[in-house]
Write a protein that binds this ligand. Structure first.
Ligand code: PLP
Length: 386
């Protein structure tokens, strides 16, 4: 049976060069970076070299990069530490955020009584920038703005420079979840003027279990995980040296290949949009997904003009892997918070959202397989509705 992987926003295949580099480290460098003997020092040198290489890609200082286990941990640490350590009393965010941000903020709201404001969302999934501007004018409470750089379900991109500027002008801290954009865009953290960002290696052809958080030097957040004081006290626990080396390598390859991969993937996305329109009457796209300027080129959120909660299973029978929401909720065929925010219940009952997400490994043949299977499913629904 054919096997077509179109779920790269959930996770990606590890790049062969990343595997090679990780295996070399596994074989040759098993010391604990905290040990003072030569084995430890070798591991420590690799750790710091990886940190330096990563920092360079973002015009950051190595001391602003803290290794974590994933994007979820990075986002939790940033948000919770802002409240615990930096005196944040108000959080401005949205219902479009990834679950790890939504849940971190819910937790804080319930436990600490912090004021939380979720911005209005327009029908295209974008945030209300003027509401944000108005809210920030009130600087009586120390504020954290937490808005994702790109939405993992729709692909919508935030105008991160505009938000950073607003935050700076009004002395608010700005955290942006960059898990879906790192490696796909060249980001200069200093120039963007953000305070916090997050990254996960497995989204950029690196290993699972490795990520980092960026915290601007002046911010001084404190640890959530206490212990041996690794990561300059911010994140105790023996470092995942193989994962960290893999993270640095996957980032290096992503940035080196950025323009050629971008060109290839944009071609795939354009082909998918055209083929879907040609073969599925009434198809459209959620949010700003079909807008090449305003959305991630790696994500396409399809709106099928019929309701079929079992669609991902039907696609799976044809060997095609996609997602109906974020990875955590896929399989459950539950309507995601993002779709609930965009559509009324009645609208949801007349459509099926489907997220396809691409990598440099995808081909036009993958799209042909997806479109022909979807066309068969669509014609079945159209016959039933006749
Ligand atoms: N933030 C966004 C936007 C994501 O898409 C994801 C993963 O899907 C995460 C955070 C969580 O990352 P991780 O899987 O590394 O915990």
């Amino acid at each position: 049976m054919q096997k077509v992987y179109l779920d790269n926003a959930a996770t990606t295949a590890i790049h062969p060069q990343v595997i090679e580099e990780m295996v070399t480290v596994m074989k040759n460098c098993y010391g604990n970076p905290s040990s003072t003997h030569v084995f430890g020092r070798e591991a420590k040198a690799l750790l710091e070299l990886s940190r330096k290489k990563i920092a360079q890609q973002f015009n950051a200082s190595p001391s602003e990069i803290y290794f974590t286990s994933c994007g979820t941990e990075s986002n939790n640490t940033i948000i919770k530490s802002c409240v615990n350590d930096l005196g944040v009393k108000r959080i401005i965010s949205s219902y479009m955020e990834h679950k790890c941000v939504l849940e971190s903020i819910n937790d804080i709201e319930n436990r600490n009584g912090i004021e939380v404001i979720r911005l209005n969302i327009f029908k295209d999934g974008s945030i209300d920038y003027s509401q944000l501007e108005d809210l920030l004018k009130d600087d009586s409470k120390k504020t954290l703005v937490s808005l994702m750089h790109a939405n993992n379900e729709l692909g919508n991109l935030l105008d991160v420079e505009r938000v950073a500027k607003l935050c700076q002008e009004n002395k608010a801290l700005f955290h942006t979840d960059t898990v879906q954009t790192i490696g796909h865009y060249k980001l200069d953290f200093q120039e963007l003027g953000i305070d916090f960002a997050s990254c996960s290696a497995h989204k950029i052809h690196g290993p699972k279990g490795a990520g980092f958080l960026y915290a601007k030097k002046s911010t001084h957040i404190k640890p959530l995980i206490a212990g041996g004081g690794q990561e300059r006290g911010l994140r105790s626990g023996t470092e995942n040296i193989y994962g960290i080396v893999g993270l640095a390598k996957s980032l290096e390859i992503s940035i080196e290949e950025l323009s050629s991969h971008k060109k290839h993937i944009e071609g795939i996305k354009e082909y998918a949009i055209n083929q879907l329109k040609l073969n599925i009457p009434g198809v459209s796209f959620n949010g700003l997904s079909a807008d090449f300027e305003k959305s991630l080129y790696t994500v396409l959120s399809i709106k099928l003009p019929f309701h079929d909660p079992l669609i991902s299973f039907e696609l799976e029978l044809a060997g095609i892997a996609v997602s109906q929401g974020s990875a955590c909720s896929s399989g459950a065929a539950k309507v995601s918070k993002v779709m609930e925010t965009l559509y009324t219940e009645e609208e949801i009952n007349q459509m099926t959202p489907l997220r396809v997400s691409f990598s440099y490994l995808n081909t036009k043949e993958d799209i042909d397989a997806l479109v022909s299977t979807l066309a068969k499913i669509a014609s079945k629904h159209q016959l039933v509705n006749l």
